[in-house]
Design a binder for this molecule. Sequence first.
Ligand code: PEP
Ligand code: MN
Length: 339
Amino acid sequence: MVIVMEKHIEESKIETVVAELIRRGFDVHRSTGSDQTVLGVVGDVASVDPREFELFDGVQEVVRVSEPYKLSSRTFKREKTVVQINGCKIGGKDVIVMAGPCTIENEKQLFETARAVARAGAKVLRGGAYKPRTSPYAFQGMGVEGLKLLQAAGKEFGMATVSEVMEISQIETVMQYVDILQIGARNMQNFNLLSAVGQVRKPVLLKRGMSATIQEWLLAAEYVMSGGNYQVILCERGIRTFDTYLRNTLDISAIPVVQKLSHLPIIADPSHATGRRDKVMPLARAIVAAGADGLLIEVHHDPEKAVCDGPQSLYPEQFVELMDELRIIVPAVRRTLPS
Ligand code: PEP
Ligand code: MN
């Protein structure tokens, strides 16, 4: 249930409604817009007669949210959520490009790649320190030493940073070093992990599970948001379909669908969606044309020697070319690239 308050009303009227909701045992999530406040009410609202709240002074409207996800829905919040990190705004007019290696391997690799992507226009540096590898024998990541390198490279080249957190015990450490906590596709329905990142106050990049429906994905976002962490960025990264030619199938339609259903920023990752660098650029163009708020791209300074996901990592020159193309596509869809 959502309670829309009248425009420009006194704080005391809002507080009266909030107090009554809390007295009745509901969780209240407040969204304070520039001229209007909306209260998201979560709990067993089925028994509530909306008129009881419509009669409160200052209440404009009580709306039942029919979708199972509440806080992430457009019914709760009409305006887009803009996640701000280091002056970079994700979900605003700018299309934000996040780029970097799949996994952090060593200082030279990370810094060379970071320098190249920063120069080309990336605003967020990616790099895994804890890697979810399909095989237990594959390199599992550098851990905290990798996070330290990521932080240093982000600082050196003026980029925010994103890295994956695979389990609850890693949250505290990863938070110390990075600006955005990534939840990987394989953990999209790890509900305990989702609730745990809901307790912290750092932006979360929530990748879509490879067999998750859009509704399941938005419910995963709901787990994070119901803990009070509203800074969620969704990331489409390809799903499993009957086709096996590429690593996954990019669900491009998820972009306009999510833009309609949810106020959360949505970006997409053509690297994991395709698994091949020759397919990354065409899909990156399509992602931006479809209205995504950003891109997540794997780039490696020397992809042939990459420890992980080399075949899908762009060469730095290809990344420069992609950014040049985006300078043409982005204005065509009435968006901007950050300066
Ligand atoms: C990644 O971005 O490093 C990653 C492992 O992606 P996904 O969780 O989408 O497979
Ligand atoms: Mn990867």
